[in-house]
Design a protein around this ligand. Structure first.
Ligand code: 0O2
Length: 218
């Protein structure tokens, strides 16, 4: 892969096709990294179900950051628009979101995943233990996974977000209502969003307690 700057383009040069090719090659490994992590999660969910244990995973989604979103984040964090710099600095180009049933499941699944010998845990941000000021709760991991190509092995960073259904409900709607919204949202409405996050956290606690009372500890 060439590793020149993504910009600037010069007038009259057909830089678009080679650039698209480089971009596709750059993004390809992240796509494969996502597939690797997704397969691991599918195996965990199916194996637990086959062993007659409760499947702690409700659903899983994956996303590759768009080129626009990568460029915006690069600008925000002061990263040069070169493939080398992007590779090192932007570690959430590949993202997997695992929605679990209960809070304890979030940690169990995170542990099952990060204990696998080919996965390297690079960073943990525990927004459940320490929610963001706006009420956001989730467990974020940056993991590195090897991807076996035809001629080399590439290690790819993947952001894994783990959260409960209640956390996901709040975050999905808050994303629509407010997160990274350009216009000002009145403080009273922001306070209500924090309150709603507290309600979601209470609901998580209650559902986990009910589950334990009926089925015993997970
Ligand atoms: P999208 O559309 O979900 O992919 P940054 O990425 O610069 O915001 P950082 O430190 O790299 O910050 O990442 P951080 O804060 O650990 O997590 C970023 C991702 O977590 C976001 O991805 C969201 O998915 C989610 N997130 C973090 N904070 C909030 C929040 O307050 N509300 C909601 N709804 N989601 C949040 P993206 O790429 O910003 O967006």
């Amino acid at each position: 892969m060439t590793d020149g700057p993504l910009v600037p383009l010069q007038a009259g040069q057909d830089l678009v096709h080679p650039l698209m090719e480089d971009l596709n090659r750059f993004l390809m490994v992240y796509k494969f990294g996502l597939a690797e992590v997704s397969t691991k999660i599918t195996i965990l969910a199916e194996e637990l179900t086959l062993r007659g244990r409760d499947n702690p995973i409700e659903h899983v989604t994956t996303r590759l950051k768009t080129v626009t979103s990568i460029a915006a984040k690069a600008r925000r964090v002061g990263c040069e628009l070169t493939f080398d710099d992007l590779r090192v600095t932007i570690r959430d180009i590949a993202g997997v979101r695992i929605v679990c049933s209960f809070v304890s499941d979030v940690y169990t699944v995170a542990d099952m995943l990060t204990r696998q010998p080919d996965i390297k845990l690079l960073m943990t941000k525990d927004y459940i233990a320490k929610p963001k000021a706006n009420g956001y709760r989730s467990l974020h991991l940056i993991v590195e996974i090897p991807v076996f190509m035809s001629d080399r092995v590439v290690t790819v960073p993947v952001e894994v977000q783990l959260r409960t259904v209640a956390m996901d409900f709040w975050a999905t709607l808050e994303h629509k209502i407010y997160y990274k919204h350009d216009s000002e949202v009145p403080a009273s409405l922001r306070a209500e969003l924090v309150e709603a996050a507290t309600d979601a956290a209470r609901l998580d606690q209650r559902m986990e307690r009910l589950h334990q009372e009926i089925h015993g500890p997970r």
